[in-house]
Ligand binder design. Structure first.
Ligand code: UP6
Length: 261
């Protein structure tokens, strides 16, 4: 899987969001997912105005925004269209199917209306995938299932990861890929490995987040799309930092698919 170029991987995709994301990466030459973990909607929009051209995916935590309005969503969608990126709401759903279905389509945020894809835990069982699959109103939608986490001391075991991958295989039309850390986690070339916990230098934060370098996550660990949050948003100059990440990540990917590893 990891030696194939994104345009080839797109041909194997059974989920339409995975296909679109592979194609966007190949076209824009970027595998950077920016995690816009900011609490002000204007700050998010201002940043995306400047870095939208450099990312394939924008990851939101919509429930941390302090001044949320529907206008934010309208403008976010406009930016996604202008710059050709997809939107991932990192909600990490983890409840029974019926509740997830309500959380996904109702409430203040109406995530199902605007997010191309969402994240979900496999913990509650496949009812949650059925719920998300039935709630898409005929729109193209996707789910990244959490198979591993980046944080220290998380309770996910090898067995949990393997069962998660098996569960996903039953829902090929809705699964975009996995949030995971290792290339061995899954084999299907049509699915996307989304890997968080990345900064230019390996380190940790004070709350258990573990960072690996772009080289390590792409060349050794098989990441397809790399999530960067504070490495960019907390930098002195987020725009120039985003370009550095984009260039570094793409160089690693090119090295990987050139077979000269
Ligand atoms: N995230 C992780 N690790 C996971 C899953 N998700 O860090 O295993 C998410 C976090 C955060 C982002 O919720 O939004 O990825 C990482 O941000 P950072 O680069 O600032 O640490």
């Amino acid at each position: 899987r990891i030696l194939l170029p994104y345009e080839k991987r797109a041909e194997f995709a059974t989920n339409s969001i995975a296909k679109q994301l592979f194609t966007i990466m190949a076209t824009k030459k970027t595998n950077l997912c920016l995690s816009v973990d900011l609490t002000s909607s204007t700050k998010i929009l201002d940043l995306l105005e400047k870095v939208g051209e450099h990312v394939c995916l924008v990851k939101t935590h919509i429930d941390i925004i302090e001044d949320f309005t529907n206008d934010f969503i309208v403008r976010l969608k406009q930016l996604a269209q202008t710059f050709n990126f997809l939107i991932l709401e990192d909600r990490k759903y983890a409840d029974i199917g019926n509740t997830v279905s309500l959380q996904y389509s109702k409430g203040l945020y109406q995530v199902g209306e605007w997010a191309d894809c969402v994240t979900a835990h496999s913990l509650p069982g496949e009812g949650l995938l059925k719920a998300l699959n039935n709630s898409n109103n005929g729109l193209s939608r996707g789910v990244f299932l959490l198979a591993e986490m980046s944080s220290e001391g998380n309770l996910i075991t090898k067995d949990y990861t393997e069962t998660t991958v098996k569960m996903a295989a039953k829902y090929p039309e809705i699964i975009t890929g996995f949030v995971c850390q290792k290339k061995e986690t899954f084999k299907d070339p049509g699915l996307i490995q989304l890997t968080p916990g990345v900064q230019l230098e390996s380190s940790k934060d004070e709350l258990g987040q573990v960072y690996n370098t772009p080289e390590k996550v792409i060349l050794e660990n098989g990441a397809d799309v790399v999530v960067v949050g504070r490495g960019i948003v907390a930098a002195k100059s987020p725009v120039s930092e985003a370009i550095i990440y984009k260039d570094t990540l793409w160089r690693c990917y090119m090295k990987r698919v050139s077979g000269k590893m």
